[in-house]
Design a protein around this ligand. Structure first.
Ligand code: UD1
Length: 423
């Protein structure tokens, strides 16, 4: 299994381009199941989760061509309406095929995704929504079997604005004639991007002033072409990496508005920024960042996916900082690894209390999830000495060309395979 070896202490400098969003690409690729016509999706990042999604589409019967960031998805005979556990266990988002398959076949059988390192992550909100749309959901032998004689439009109030459930229910409702209303939905930019793609496919989805969504379902959708929105979690991670190394970095091709809370927090912490329409310039600063109290929340709140990278920055603050992780119940696994690198962090339930230290020191650490892994990369870049990070396959799920992008910014990061003793 690959590792990263980082010689830290170098200030990042230069320009980095933001890739297309992983979290928007996955549901948009899945939405192509709603039509037999060809769809062309641009700016799809070359990531492990994307490759898993393409494998799922192929398994279900689609023809998939993926080259230079463009995915061409077309029909290749009849579609299947079930997935094997083998594919679902690789990625929870696999469960999102349930909505389109249910809409098209009135029946679908998908293994329950189960939990993952960051929490239990149930799918009850998805299932309650499908039931409102007229489906029965039965769990047997680890699978959810969805079936309906007839699907019907409905008013669905989500008990929590789940990103995945909002997208899954939207996709399903698009093919149910009549008016479905979804309330207390997720407002993440990735959801907006899925809506934009669905509307290009001929769907009719509108949002009111409160963000409630009305879907006027159609009997069929057609093919469409779309370019995926910038990855705000990737752009935010590079901004934090620049700040943690007191570097001078321009993050290009991003949507600064999608990172607005992070940008405010960086500035409040004393990191100077120059913000333009589609880029953020993180400027060097003297001394240490100021401590901040932060809590994660659904968009437009602080993104839970940036909580771990943010913890690395706060580990270097001048004072006592606090993080309240309100979205996932077990998302502090990077904290003990950061402590091994010299950070002073105590976690209790959803709260992390951080006493800033002047510097971190390189250590042998282990990534336990995607964003926690990125927190360790940032710590390794900022630390004195050598950091070796195990299990980088977690990080490969979500950061396109990470070593190349960081190397271009002056970092010393190499991928090492200990089994083959190969760099
Ligand atoms: C998506 C993102 C993930 C991000 C998360 C929150 C993708 C591929 N993943 O995940 O990177 O961290 O949004 O912004 O886009 N929940 C339930 N029941 C449900 C559904 C969710 O209790 O039926 C809970 C989850 O356990 C979690 C919280 O709601 O505690 C948020 O989950 P959700 O918004 O659904 O996250 P995902 O869509 O899985």
């Amino acid at each position: 299994m690959d590792r990263f070896i980082i010689q830290g202490g170098k200030k990042l400098h230069g320009v980095v381009q933001t890739s297309g969003s992983k979290n928007a690409s996955l549901p948009i690729l899945v939405a192509t199941l709603l039509t037999d016509e060809p769809c062309t999706i641009h700016r799809v990042p070359n990531l492990r989760d994307v490759r898993t999604t393409l494998k799922i589409l192929e398994y279900l019967g689609k023809k998939v061509e993926y080259k230079n960031g463009t995915a061409l998805i077309s029909a290749n005979g009849p579609l299947k309406n079930s997935l094997p556990y083998e594919l679902v266990k690789q990625m929870r988002a696999s469960f999102w095929v349930a909505g389109p398959l249910l809409a098209r076949f009135k029946t679908a059988e998908i293994p329950l995704p189960g939990g993952c390192a960051i929490g239990v992550r149930p799918v009850d909100i998805h299932l309650k929504g499908f039931e409102k749309l007229g489906a029965q959901a039965v769990t047997a032998n680890g699978n959810v079997v969805l079936s309906a004689d007839k699907l019907q439009p409905a008013k669905i109030v989500l008990r929590f604005p789940s990103v995945g459930a909002t997208q899954n229910l939207l996709m399903c409702a698009c093919l149910i004639p009549g008016e479905t209303v979804l309330e207390n939905v997720a407002k993440e930019p990735e959801v907006d991007d899925v809506i934009a793609f669905l509307n290009k496919m001929g769907a009719d989805i509108t949002a009111d002033a409160k963000g409630n969504l009305t879907v006027r379902g159609k009997s069929s959708l057609h093919g469409a072409e779309h370019s995926v929105v910038a990855d705000r979690i990737e752009s935010g991670s590079y901004m934090i990496a620049a700040a943690a190394t007191r570097g001078d970095v321009v993050v290009n091709q991003c949507v600064p508005e999608h990172n607005s809370i992070l940008l405010e927090d960086l500035q409040e912490a004393g990191v100077p920024l120059e913000i333009s329409a589609d880029s953020v310039h993180v400027l060097p600063y003297e001394g240490r960042v100021k401590p901040l109290r932060m809590r994660t929340a659904p968009y437009p709140g602080f993104a839970t996916d940036l909580q771990a990278p943010w913890m690395t920055l706060m580990a270097l603050c001048d004072g006592a900082a606090e993080i309240d992780e309100d979205i996932f119940e077990n998302r502090f696994m990077h904290a003990p690894e950061l402590v091994r690198m010299g950070a002073d962090i105590l976690t209790e339930k959803s709260i992390a209390r951080i006493n800033g230290v002047e510097s971190l020191s390189g250590a042998h650490v282990m990534a336990s999830d995607l964003r926690g892994g990125m927190a360790l990369v940032i710590a390794g870049l900022a630390a004195r000495g050598t950091t070796e990070i195990e299990r980088v396959y977690h990080i490969d799920r979500g950061y396109e060309d990470l070593e190349q992008k960081l190397t271009a910014l002056g970092a010393d990061i190499r991928r090492y395979n200990p089994d083959k003793n190969e760099f």
